[in-house]
Structure formats: C-alpha cells, structure tokens
Write a protein that binds this ligand. Structure first.
Ligand SMILES: Cc1cc2nc3c(=O)[nH]c(=O)nc-3n(C[C@H](O)[C@H](O)[C@H](O)COP(=O)(O)O)c2cc1C
Length: 312
C-alpha cells in the first residue's frame, strides 16, 4: 500500500502483487491456521505453505529441533497430511484471506512432484508453486535434484508443462554451483527462485554420546546462515533475470534490506516466526521507516542496488 508520505511497499513477483515484500517461509508458519490467532494473515506480503507430499508423511523421529547459539537445527522430515486433505481443507481455508499463497511442493520422485504440482495449479487457489528440491531432511527426492543441475532442469521442465501458475524453485546454497544451477532451472522454465533452504548440519550430546536429533542430521536455519543466504542471492541474481525471494536468518529490517540490495526482489521470514509470530507486520513497518529515512520511495529502488552501484 502507498502511504501518505509516498512510501510504497508493494512489489510484483512474476505477475503476483504483494502488499509488502515480506513473505513467511515454508514450514515456519504451519498452513496459517494456528498463526491466524496471533497475527492478521492479511498483513503478510505472501505465505509459503509447509511442504506437502502426495501421500501423508509421518516425518522424522523426535527430537526434531535443537537450538544452537545463533540458529536452530530441525529435522521435521516433511511431516504432513498429504495432498488430498491439504487441497480439501487447508488451501480453501487460506484462499479466504487477501494474501497470495505459494504452495511448497515436495516429493520422493519426479513423478510425485509433477502430479502434485499439477493438482495445485488446477485447484485455482494458489498464486504460485514453490518447488522444494532442497530439503536436507529426506533421503530421496529433495536435495538429490538440487545437487545435479541437469536433473534439476529436467524436473523443472516436466513440472513447467503441467503448471499454469508461476513456478518458483527453492534451492539450497550451492557453493561453486549456484550460478550454474540458477541458469539451468531458469532455462527450464522457472519464473522465480526461492533462496535458501536450510543447510545440512548436526549436533552431538557428548555426555550421552548421541545425536541431538532423532534423525541424526538436520537443517540449520536462523541468523547463523544469513550471510550464506545473502551470498546465494547475490550469485543467483547475477546469473539470471528472474525474481529471487531471499530467505535465511532474516532477524531485522536491515537483514531484509541486505537481501534486497544483493538482488532479492522480495524476502521471506522463517525461524523468526517461531520466536515472534508478528515479525512480518513489524518488519514491514520498520522497512517503511528505513525507506523514509534513506529516501527510497519504492522497494524496487533498493533491489539489486549493489550491482547498480558498480559492485560485482
Ligand atoms: C522448522 C522448519 C521447518 C521447515 N520446513 C520446510 C518445508 O517444509 N519446506 C521448505 O521448503 N523449507 C522448509 N524450511 C526451510 C525454511 O523455509 C527456510 O528456507 C529456512 O529455514 C531459512 O530461513 P530462516 O533462516 O529464516 O528460517 C523449514 C525450516 C524450519 C526452521
């Protein structure tokens, strides 16, 4: 919305209009229902649903969370009630709100991804598909594709054929291969990128000599991964002309602005939602204050500003 003083927080991503550039990351906001008691969903720029798989998935054994000095390990393992119930219960409920929904699609095989993404597109209730090919917490599917640019591109091309709504591909940080993978999925027909998923990580209880997580390993999120995420956004946005949604350890307004200046067209808040469910409306207000202070009128004035100033 444009404020009286001319500050305009609206952004457009692959033809989708957002009130402000802050989405909530997949898996950190449920499917909105529980959080709606604590925060007005209409105040979000966008909502990314928890990963859903074709069949119900029980997830990984507990414990599934472990706090680290500047982040968190999780090994939820794609726990969800499956496509049928998600499409019948959650998506229609979410569509009552004035917030674009990115449906996070995960799978254990290419066939599952394709079938699932097609069903989401056909529902007519999602703004976009977020193809999650980066989950570190499942053995098959997920990260298998993002580690192999050719396989990732083949999967994106197959999904592209059956999806009529914008298709965002969610990648992990890929040191040394970020540009190549971003290019491969862009050429295969992606409309945007979500960067980054959690980083593979683990912690050990040395007194009992056992892993802290029931799944032994998990994914690291939160402030510890923020600079890695900024770097991934920088690399990918320099390689492809697609909107990038930057995520990873956003804890403050300046963390979000960093992402925008490095090349993100919008940002998503993840682990912070678990600490403060009202983080997005608060950060949107702080961003308006920052823009007023620094003389930026529109969010795109900041997007990719580092490169426009001659860096990189
Ligand atoms: C508890 C938890 C569950 C998550 N579940 C998913 C998921 O289902 N699908 C997905 O693509 N990413 C999932 N993620 C990754 C987040 O969406 C995000 O990419 C990552 O946590 C980085 O952002 P953050 O540091 O702000 O949390 C999950 C993260 C957390 C902490």
């Amino acid at each position: 919305m444009e404020a009286d003083d001319g500050i305009d927080l609206r952004v457009e991503l692959a033809g989708i209009s957002l009130k402000n550039p802050f989405l909530v990351c997949s898996g950190t906001f449920g499917n909105g229902r529980e959080m709606s008691e604590l925060v007005d969903l209409n105040a979000l720029g966008g909502l990314m649903t928890k990963a859903v798989t074709l069949e119900p998935c029980p997830g990984n054994p507990p414990p599934r969370l472990w706090e680290t000095p500047s982040g968190m390990l999780n090994s939820i393992g794609l726990e969800n009630k499956g496509l049928e119930r998600f499409l019948a219960e959650d998506l229609p409920w979410l569509s009552r709100f004035d917030v674009p929904v990115w449906v996070n699609v995960a799978g254990f095989s290419a066939r599952e991804y394709v079938e699932w993404a097609e069903a989401v597109s056909r529902s007519g209730l999602a703004a976009a598909v977020e193809l999650n090919i980066s989950c570190p917490n499942v053995e098959k599917g997920g990260a298998f594709f993002s580690r192999r640019p050719r396989e990732a591109a083949e999967l994106v091309a197959r999904v592209r054929e059956v999806v009529d709504i914008p298709l965002f591909v969610k990648l992990p940080p890929l040191p040394g291969a970020m540009r190549e993978t971003a290019l491969a999925v862009a050429e295969a027909g992606a409309d945007g990128l979500s960067l980054i998923n959690t980083l593979p990580a683990m912690a050990v209880d040395v007194e009992r000599c056992r892993p802290r997580l029931g799944n032994v390993t998990g994914g690291l999120s939160g402030p510890a991964i923020h600079p890695v995420a900024v770097h991934a956004v920088w690399e990918a946005s320099g390689a492809v002309d697609l909107p990038v949604i930057g995520m990873g350890g956003i804890w403050s307004c300046s963390d979000a602005v960093e992402m925008l200046m490095a090349g993100a067209a919008a940002v998503a808040v993840g682990t912070l939602n678990l600490v403060d469910p009202r983080a997005v409306p608060r950060l949107a207000e702080e961003l308006a204050g920052f823009m007023r202070w620094k003389g930026y009128r529109r969010v795109p004035d900041m997007v990719g500003l580092l490169r426009r100033r001659g860096w990189g």
